[in-house]
Ligand binder design. Structure first.
Ligand SMILES: CC(C)(COP(=O)(O)OP(=O)(O)OC[C@H]1O[C@@H](n2cnc3c(N)ncnc32)[C@H](O)[C@@H]1OP(=O)(O)O)[C@@H](O)C(=O)NCCC(=O)NCCS
Length: 404
């Protein structure tokens, strides 16, 4: 990295940095019209570039958010785009950008960092681990009805297209981070993920669910078609991109609404929590097909003791963790953990693990026994693994639900 340096990008350098990313991911530059919307998506001071001489050769776009953990909400630094010019790869540029970003998180008091990985082989070495996962499932509305015992749900209303941009951010805030792994969506997030598709005229609709206490869920969806009329194979597919449901009752109300929409051959629900009770709410499950399991949020504990204390653990169990963190060595050490108390110790560890493995335990996705079986951590003995299992247990599977 001797010939390169990392610094904050100026406003004029943001568009070239996005173009660098698009080229690195094999896409053409965005149009001027798209950029007019996208340029509002960058919180100042936290977009980074690597310069080799005067040339921009790598970039990282980041923003700040809040992450729900099993015991509270913590500040998170989110890395949303990382790209290196094809003629400068494998020279440590991505590593330098991630290091710069994590240092920036430390300065901002962001005790965890998150990203979505397009290559799952890269980020473990930087201390990130898979912390939430999701499934895509498809339904055939003509064949599926909700079970008679499924909750009634409340009322559902469609938003006018002109209301969507103004209404959805407030709804997201109102409904809140109702399960571990969910993150806030800062104002800048909407530029690429809501304003751009609306301004481009994409098919995007929102329906809002209301219960006794007001709006408590929504579904965002659009349609795609396949087949053709001439061969009588034309099909309409409803793609659910986003669904927030504060309770299972709300989920039932939204699912019933989706199943009631006419002229739909298939409903595809993307990136849903694994424990969403769809199987248990349907009369029959023949048409329910789970198509895809995927990792979702990759997490990194930037300040290990602070992140452990903020997560919260049961008060009646104690555990000693030995964390090995090659990328941020200040985290390396042994920690005694009980409830919200975390302190350095010299006691013998119950678990010895990398920063990356700790990230996969943090929100309750993986169990210590599973990671031990995979060779990702060492448990002192069976009893330690069982105790650690109780310690990290969460009642719901962690789910993020926000792409960034
Ligand atoms: C992926 C990318 C950012 C890596 O940048 P880079 O500057 O070449 O990475 P570095 O030189 O810092 O490499 C860091 C480490 O990751 C490894 N690595 C880099 N790219 C990798 C890949 N695609 N698959 C597996 N490992 C990879 C390197 O071998 C290196 O390993 P080491 O620490 O054991 O030496 C770059 O290739 C790129 O821009 N790709 C296209 C865009 C993209 O995929 N972005 C990421 C997701 S949005």
């Amino acid at each position: 990295m001797a010939d390169h340096h990392v610094r904050v990008l100026t406003d004029d350098e943001l568009r070239p940095s996005l173009e660098l990313f698009r080229a690195a991911t094999h896409r053409p530059p965005d149009s001027d019209a798209n950029w007019e919307t996208l340029r509002h998506g960058y919180p100042p001071g936290r977009q980074f570039g690597v310069f080799s001489g005067d040339s921009l050769t790598g970039m990282a776009h980041t923003f700040g958010a809040r992450l729900r953990t099993p015991g509270g909400v913590v500040p998170m630094g989110a890395l949303t785009k990382l790209g290196v010019r094809a003629d400068h790869t494998r020279r440590g540029i991505a590593g330098a950008l991630v290091r710069h970003h994590l240092r920036d998180c430390t300065e901002r008091g962001e005790i965890v960092a998150g990203l979505r990985a397009s290559h799952t082989g890269i980020y473990g070495r930087f201390g990130y681990g898979i912390a939430t996962n999701a499934r895509q499932y498809n339904l055939r509305p003509g064949l599926e009805r909700l079970h008679a015992d499924a909750p009634a749900g409340g009322s559902v209303r469609l938003l006018d297209r002109t209301e969507i941009g103004k209404t959805v951010p407030g709804l997201v805030e109102r409904i809140g981070l109702y399960r571990p792994g969910m993150m806030s969506r800062p104002a800048e997030w909407y530029a690429a993920h809501l304003d751009l598709p609306l301004n481009k005229g994409e098919d995007i609709r929102f329906a809002v669910h209301s219960g006794p206490d007001g709006d408590d869920g929504f579904v965002g969806y659009g349609t795609v078609h396949d087949g053709n009329w001439a061969e009588h194979s034309f099909r309409t597919i409803l793609e659910v991109q986003s669904l927030y449901a504060l309770t299972p009752q709300v989920y039932a109300g939204l699912l019933r609404f989706l199943l009631s929409i006419d002229l739909v051959d298939e409903i595809r629900l993307w990136q849903r929590p694994f424990d969403e009770p769809v199987e248990w709410m349907l009369q029959t499950t023949e048409s329910l097909v789970t198509r895809h399991h995927s990792d979702e949020l990759w997490l990194r504990l930037v300040d290990v003791p602070a992140a452990l204390a903020a997560r919260g653990f049961p008060d009646d169990v104690e555990l000693v963790l030995e964390v090995r963190d090659g990328f941020l060595p200040e985290n390396t050490g042994r920690y005694r953990v009980r409830g919200a108390e975390v302190g350095r110790t010299t006691a013998e560890p119950d678990l010895t693990l990398s920063a990356s493995a700790l990230s996969s335990l943090y929100l309750g996705l993986a169990t210590p026994a599973t990671l031990a079986g995979a060779g990702r951590l060492i448990g002192r003995d069976e009893e330690s693994l069982t105790r650690a299992g109780r310690m990290f247990l969460t009642p719901q599977s962690p789910w993020c639900g926000t792409f960034f």
